[in-house]
Write a protein that binds this ligand. Structure first.
Ligand code: ADP
Length: 192
Protein backbone atom coordinates (compact mmCIF):
# COMPACT_ATOMS: atom_id res chain seq x y z
CA UNK A 1 0.00 0.00 0.00
CA UNK A 2 1.20 3.50 -0.88
CA UNK A 3 0.38 6.26 1.61
CA UNK A 4 0.92 9.77 0.29
CA UNK A 5 2.00 12.27 2.93
CA UNK A 6 1.66 15.89 2.00
CA UNK A 7 1.32 19.33 3.52
CA UNK A 8 2.22 22.88 2.70
CA UNK A 9 5.64 24.28 3.51
CA UNK A 10 6.18 24.56 7.24
CA UNK A 11 3.23 22.33 8.14
CA UNK A 12 5.65 19.77 9.57
CA UNK A 13 5.30 17.16 6.86
CA UNK A 14 8.99 16.15 7.04
CA UNK A 15 8.71 15.94 10.83
CA UNK A 16 5.70 13.64 10.51
CA UNK A 17 7.45 11.56 7.83
CA UNK A 18 10.37 11.10 10.23
CA UNK A 19 7.92 9.84 12.88
CA UNK A 20 6.67 7.14 10.49
CA UNK A 21 10.30 6.36 9.67
CA UNK A 22 11.02 5.86 13.38
CA UNK A 23 8.19 3.34 13.48
CA UNK A 24 10.00 1.36 10.78
CA UNK A 25 7.94 2.47 7.81
CA UNK A 26 9.94 2.96 4.59
CA UNK A 27 9.75 6.62 3.57
CA UNK A 28 10.37 7.97 0.06
CA UNK A 29 11.03 11.71 0.14
CA UNK A 30 10.07 13.03 -3.30
CA UNK A 31 11.74 16.44 -2.85
CA UNK A 32 15.00 14.79 -1.84
CA UNK A 33 14.86 12.44 -4.81
CA UNK A 34 14.18 15.40 -7.11
CA UNK A 35 17.25 17.09 -5.68
CA UNK A 36 19.36 13.97 -6.28
CA UNK A 37 18.13 13.74 -9.87
CA UNK A 38 19.21 17.32 -10.51
CA UNK A 39 22.63 16.47 -9.15
CA UNK A 40 23.16 13.05 -10.69
CA UNK A 41 20.94 12.33 -13.68
CA UNK A 42 22.61 13.59 -16.84
CA UNK A 43 19.48 13.37 -18.98
CA UNK A 44 17.47 15.40 -16.43
CA UNK A 45 20.30 17.94 -16.18
CA UNK A 46 20.46 18.31 -19.94
CA UNK A 47 16.74 19.07 -20.12
CA UNK A 48 16.96 21.58 -17.27
CA UNK A 49 19.91 23.27 -18.97
CA UNK A 50 17.88 23.57 -22.16
CA UNK A 51 15.02 25.12 -20.20
CA UNK A 52 16.81 27.47 -17.81
CA UNK A 53 20.18 28.03 -19.42
CA UNK A 54 23.75 27.31 -18.36
CA UNK A 55 23.44 29.49 -15.25
CA UNK A 56 21.28 26.77 -13.69
CA UNK A 57 24.49 24.80 -13.03
CA UNK A 58 27.82 25.74 -11.54
CA UNK A 59 30.60 23.17 -11.97
CA UNK A 60 27.97 20.74 -13.22
CA UNK A 61 26.05 20.99 -9.93
CA UNK A 62 22.63 22.64 -9.75
CA UNK A 63 22.56 26.22 -8.49
CA UNK A 64 19.44 25.74 -6.40
CA UNK A 65 19.19 29.39 -5.42
CA UNK A 66 19.34 30.50 -9.04
CA UNK A 67 16.82 27.84 -10.13
CA UNK A 68 14.43 28.78 -7.31
CA UNK A 69 14.73 32.49 -8.08
CA UNK A 70 13.93 31.91 -11.76
CA UNK A 71 10.97 29.56 -11.39
CA UNK A 72 9.17 30.73 -8.29
CA UNK A 73 7.62 33.80 -9.88
CA UNK A 74 7.23 32.24 -13.30
CA UNK A 75 4.48 29.65 -13.39
CA UNK A 76 5.22 28.58 -16.98
CA UNK A 77 8.85 27.80 -16.19
CA UNK A 78 7.90 26.11 -12.92
CA UNK A 79 5.42 23.89 -14.75
CA UNK A 80 8.01 23.08 -17.39
CA UNK A 81 10.59 22.23 -14.73
CA UNK A 82 8.09 20.01 -12.92
CA UNK A 83 7.27 18.28 -16.21
CA UNK A 84 10.94 17.27 -16.43
CA UNK A 85 11.41 16.29 -12.80
CA UNK A 86 8.10 14.62 -11.88
CA UNK A 87 8.20 11.69 -14.33
CA UNK A 88 11.81 11.00 -13.35
CA UNK A 89 10.91 11.00 -9.64
CA UNK A 90 7.92 8.73 -10.36
CA UNK A 91 10.21 6.27 -12.11
CA UNK A 92 12.65 6.29 -9.18
CA UNK A 93 9.76 5.74 -6.78
CA UNK A 94 8.46 2.72 -8.73
CA UNK A 95 11.87 1.08 -8.64
CA UNK A 96 12.25 1.78 -4.91
CA UNK A 97 8.68 0.63 -4.15
CA UNK A 98 9.12 -2.66 -6.00
CA UNK A 99 11.91 -3.50 -3.53
CA UNK A 100 9.95 -2.80 -0.33
CA UNK A 101 8.45 -5.56 1.81
CA UNK A 102 6.66 -3.54 4.45
CA UNK A 103 2.79 -3.53 4.72
CA UNK A 104 2.84 0.07 3.54
CA UNK A 105 5.23 2.83 2.50
CA UNK A 106 5.11 6.59 2.86
CA UNK A 107 5.49 8.80 -0.22
CA UNK A 108 6.26 12.27 1.11
CA UNK A 109 5.75 15.21 -1.25
CA UNK A 110 5.08 18.91 -0.68
CA UNK A 111 3.03 18.98 -3.85
CA UNK A 112 0.67 16.06 -4.36
CA UNK A 113 -2.94 17.10 -4.97
CA UNK A 114 -1.71 19.99 -7.12
CA UNK A 115 -0.83 17.55 -9.91
CA UNK A 116 -3.29 14.76 -9.18
CA UNK A 117 -0.67 12.65 -7.37
CA UNK A 118 -3.30 11.22 -5.02
CA UNK A 119 -4.41 8.93 -7.89
CA UNK A 120 -1.22 6.93 -7.40
CA UNK A 121 -1.74 6.60 -3.64
CA UNK A 122 -4.01 4.20 -1.76
CA UNK A 123 -4.34 6.66 1.12
CA UNK A 124 -3.36 10.27 1.65
CA UNK A 125 -2.40 11.94 4.92
CA UNK A 126 -2.40 15.73 5.00
CA UNK A 127 -0.40 17.65 7.61
CA UNK A 128 -1.71 21.09 8.48
CA UNK A 129 -0.89 23.99 10.79
CA UNK A 130 -2.14 27.56 11.02
CA UNK A 131 -0.58 29.79 8.36
CA UNK A 132 1.23 32.15 10.75
CA UNK A 133 2.81 29.23 12.59
CA UNK A 134 3.95 27.74 9.27
CA UNK A 135 5.48 31.05 8.21
CA UNK A 136 7.42 31.50 11.43
CA UNK A 137 8.66 27.88 11.36
CA UNK A 138 10.06 28.31 7.85
CA UNK A 139 11.66 31.70 8.60
CA UNK A 140 13.39 30.05 11.53
CA UNK A 141 14.30 26.82 9.70
CA UNK A 142 15.56 28.32 6.42
CA UNK A 143 16.60 31.80 7.50
CA UNK A 144 14.47 33.34 4.75
CA UNK A 145 12.21 36.40 4.71
CA UNK A 146 8.47 36.37 5.21
CA UNK A 147 8.10 37.43 1.55
CA UNK A 148 10.08 34.41 0.38
CA UNK A 149 7.93 32.06 2.42
CA UNK A 150 4.75 33.63 1.05
CA UNK A 151 6.09 33.32 -2.52
CA UNK A 152 6.75 29.59 -2.00
CA UNK A 153 3.29 29.14 -0.50
CA UNK A 154 1.70 30.62 -3.59
CA UNK A 155 2.68 27.58 -5.64
CA UNK A 156 0.87 25.30 -3.22
CA UNK A 157 -2.85 24.92 -2.75
CA UNK A 158 -4.43 26.44 0.37
CA UNK A 159 -5.23 23.92 3.09
CA UNK A 160 -9.01 24.35 2.69
CA UNK A 161 -8.71 22.96 -0.83
CA UNK A 162 -6.71 19.92 0.26
CA UNK A 163 -8.54 18.90 3.45
CA UNK A 164 -11.60 17.37 1.71
CA UNK A 165 -9.33 15.21 -0.47
CA UNK A 166 -7.31 13.66 2.37
CA UNK A 167 -8.08 10.42 4.21
CA UNK A 168 -6.42 11.70 7.39
CA UNK A 169 -5.66 15.27 8.42
CA UNK A 170 -3.03 15.74 11.13
CA UNK A 171 -3.06 19.20 12.61
CA UNK A 172 0.54 19.49 13.73
CA UNK A 173 0.82 22.00 16.55
CA UNK A 174 1.85 20.00 19.59
CA UNK A 175 4.52 17.45 18.68
CA UNK A 176 3.44 14.89 21.29
CA UNK A 177 -0.12 15.01 20.09
CA UNK A 178 1.10 14.62 16.51
CA UNK A 179 3.15 11.54 17.46
CA UNK A 180 0.11 10.05 19.22
CA UNK A 181 -1.97 10.43 16.04
CA UNK A 182 0.85 9.06 13.86
CA UNK A 183 1.03 5.93 16.04
CA UNK A 184 -2.73 5.49 15.81
CA UNK A 185 -2.76 5.77 12.03
CA UNK A 186 0.21 3.40 11.83
CA UNK A 187 -1.61 0.76 13.92
CA UNK A 188 -4.63 1.09 11.68
CA UNK A 189 -2.61 0.62 8.49
CA UNK A 190 -0.67 -2.33 9.84
CA UNK A 191 -3.84 -4.12 11.02
CA UNK A 192 -5.86 -3.49 7.88
P1 ADP B 1 7.71 20.88 6.11
O1 ADP B 1 8.45 19.62 5.73
O2 ADP B 1 6.23 20.70 6.07
O3 ADP B 1 8.14 22.10 5.37
P2 ADP B 1 9.14 20.59 8.62
O4 ADP B 1 8.78 19.24 9.09
O5 ADP B 1 10.50 20.80 8.07
O6 ADP B 1 8.03 21.17 7.64
O7 ADP B 1 8.89 21.59 9.84
C1 ADP B 1 9.23 22.98 9.73
C2 ADP B 1 10.04 23.40 10.95
O8 ADP B 1 9.17 23.43 12.06
C3 ADP B 1 11.16 22.46 11.28
O9 ADP B 1 12.25 23.19 11.76
C4 ADP B 1 10.56 21.57 12.39
O10 ADP B 1 11.54 21.12 13.28
C5 ADP B 1 9.59 22.52 13.08
N1 ADP B 1 8.38 21.86 13.57
C6 ADP B 1 7.64 20.93 12.95
N2 ADP B 1 6.58 20.59 13.68
C7 ADP B 1 6.64 21.32 14.81
C8 ADP B 1 5.81 21.41 15.98
N3 ADP B 1 4.70 20.67 16.14
N4 ADP B 1 6.19 22.27 16.94
C9 ADP B 1 7.30 23.04 16.79
N5 ADP B 1 8.12 22.99 15.72
C10 ADP B 1 7.79 22.15 14.74
Amino acid sequence: MIVGLTGGIGSGKSTVAAMFGELGVPVFIADLEARKLLEEDESVKEKVRDLLGDSAFVDNLPDRRYIASVVFDNKTLLDALNAIIHPAVAQRFQLWYSRQQSPYVIYEAAILFEHGGQAKCDQVILVTAPKEIRISRVIKRDGVSRQEVLARMENQWPEEQKIPLADYVIENIDLEETLRIVKKIHCFYVKN
